[in-house]
Design a binder for this molecule. Sequence first.
Ligand SMILES: O=C[C@H](O)[C@H](O)[C@H](O)COP(=O)(O)O
Length: 236
Amino acid sequence: MATIEAGKKLAAYKAVDDHITADCKVIGIGSGSTVVYVVERILQKPELANLVYIPTSFQSKLLIIEGGLTLGSIEQYPDIDVTIDGADEVDPQLNAIKGGGACQFQEKVVAEAAKKFVIVADYRKKSTKLGVEWTKGVPIEVVPMAYKLVMRSLESKLTVQQPLESKLRMAINKAGPVVTDNGNFVIDAHFGAIERPACLLKELKGLTGVYEVGLFCNMAQIAYFGEADGNVSTLV
Ligand SMILES: O=C[C@H](O)[C@H](O)[C@H](O)COP(=O)(O)O
């Protein structure tokens, strides 16, 4: 039986092999622990050394710089060929929850700017419905001074589905809340099984004070899952 770590690596390597070629010019690099293997695989291929890589967080910027790859910004390169990123949960329609590492805003910008958005994950992330396997909640990035207002709106204003629980994400090894790369806070709102993710996303984005939501609906073209048996499965 393959470990979770092995699953992440298998999925990441296969996605790079299938989608990143020397014909590409600009590549989006997601964030999180699975993406580390994406960069590892890119570095094993000398023909990919001359492409430009766009980060989605401070973590992914460091991966690009420390790997000696060419770092670009989304302002310089708004047209990305392929973005590869991890996910916290993926449903059969390729909707995803992202933002377990609080990177959802830049990840969504770089995913949306790409012609092709590819998800890589281990087998634990595959789900029948969002909110079933990933029970830490949908990450909602909020402007700090509005967090109480958003908490109240989550309780009173949603018509699509109400959250079972909403919590301000607190930091570990630092007093106070997690602060994102954009200087914002994150509220994790757990809805249980999410019946209509795209409708919920639309409603959440309409709440005053919400900066971005970690629901990625109708964005990914394909997902790779490293399975426990050592194979890689795909979802298209
Ligand atoms: O904010 C973090 C990102 O959305 C990650 O891509 C996501 O949390 C998955 O991370 P990991 O590959 O570590 O499971």
